[in-house]
Ligand binder design. Structure first.
Ligand code: 5AD
Ligand code: FES
Length: 355
């Protein structure tokens, strides 16, 4: 007989579970199960990383986007979105601030903005690498062709984040215009890995039309892809989208999924995201206690923060980079963890085993 504790035990010992088991667990988990799952995930994370939390400096380089994802505040057809893009100088200046604050990873994230051609983007990557040779560069710039990915990798980019959003292609079609395809998205993720990027997939929790089966399929897709990183956060409606009146993703479900992801992928780099911090004042701390091991303070120039509005009420839009770093370090300390300035690359071996 399947019960929640047997599924949790299986996740803990085999790092795997079947679709039926995942659906069962997600539908039937009780308070006791949640605590058992949380504890197992936290222990797994402690065994791999110790109480060290990696920090990544997030630089939101452009609010322009040529896509029209139905859930996103920056989608092309949102006429109310304020658009900006950072120049090479501005990006380098963010890196300078970040390097002084101890960052060893810069995440350049933006909408799909044609301004950042391969030539421009490779130039930016090379300059950052030239100035900060011991730093990792993560790109999160949406879909680009295989050739573009290869050029960026050769220019020195180390990692690429591209959330798959949902592994179910029919569900994907309900969240995106016809011009986009879930199958292609997944293909690109395999390509990124093949090229040599440390690759990140991920999805929103509680996105419109999402079923428990969809979530089980997301978990199984991540297991199969075996990405080095995985970003998840609750869906949060944006007022200028068709989903404005829908409920946001639940805190508990997001935490449960973080824990399951940790157990299924013990070594994966798993951020406790800004979206999680947006739906609950202690969301990011809870994420860490449920198995996450990364936080991403915002390094974007203060004057543009509020304009990178992918969902409503995003936190940290009024803060300077240094404030976010201090704030997150204090938050991590408050739960017995320490932010560290390591590059924090993916590793097949336990990094700070506490066995
Ligand atoms: N709520 C939560 N997350 C969102 N994203 C986009 N729009 C929203 C929203 N309304 C997520 C997507 C995207 C990442 C950059 O932000 O998963 O990949
Ligand atoms: Fe940005 Fe707390 S992390 S202010």
């Amino acid at each position: 007989m399947m019960n929640e504790l047997s599924v949790i035990e299986k996740l803990k010992t085999t790092h795997n579970a079947g679709r039926d088991e995942l659906v069962f667990l997600l539908n039937n988990i009780t308070g006791n199960g949640r605590e058992a799952l949380r504890k197992a995930a936290q222990e797994t994370s402690l065994r791999q990383f110790g109480n060290k939390i990696y920090i990544r400096g997030l630089i939101e380089i452009s609010s322009y986007c040529k896509n029209d994802c139905y859930y996103c505040g920056l989608r092309r057809s949102n006429k109310n979105a304020v658009r900006y893009r950072l120049t090479e100088e501005q990006i380098l200046s963010c890196c300078e601030t970040g390097a002084a604050l101890g960052f060893r990873t810069f995440v350049l994230q933006g909408g799909e903005d044609g301004y950042y051609t391969d030539e421009r983007m490779c130039g930016i990557v090379r300059k950052i690498k030239d100035r900060y040779p011991d730093c990792a560069i993560t790109l999160s710039l949406g879909e680009r062709g295989e050739e573009s990915f290869k050029k960026l990798f050769e220019a020195g980019a180390d990692r690429y984040l591209l959330r798959h959003e949902t592994a179910d292609e029919a569900h994907y079609a309900k969240l995106h215009p016809e011009s986009m395809s879930g199958a292609y998205r997944k293909e690109l993720l395999y390509k990124l890995k093949e090229i040599g990027f440390q690759t990140g997939a991920g999805f929103m929790v509680g996105s419109p039309f999402q079923t428990t089966e969809n979530l089980a399929d997301d978990l199984l897709f991540i297991k199969r892809l075996a990405p080095q990183m995985c970003g998840i956060g609750p869906f949060i409606p944006h007022t200028d989208t068709r989903f404005r009146d829908l409920a946001q993703g639940s805190l508990e479900l997001t935490l449960t999924l973080l824990s399951i992801i940790r157990l299924m992928n013990p070594r994966v780099l798993l951020p406790s995201t800004t979206a999680l911090g947006t739906i609950h004042p202690k969301g990011r701390e809870m994420g860490i206690l449920h198995g996450a091991n990364v936080v991403m303070p915002n390094l974007s120039p203060a004057e543009h923060r509020k304009d990178y509005a992918i969902y409503d009420n995003k936190i940290c839009t009024g803060d300077e980079a240094a404030e976010c770093v201090r704030c997150l370090a204090a938050r991590m300390r408050s739960i017995g963890y320490q932010t560290v300035t390591d590059r924090g690359d993916y590793s097949e071996k336990p990094i700070a085993g506490q066995l």
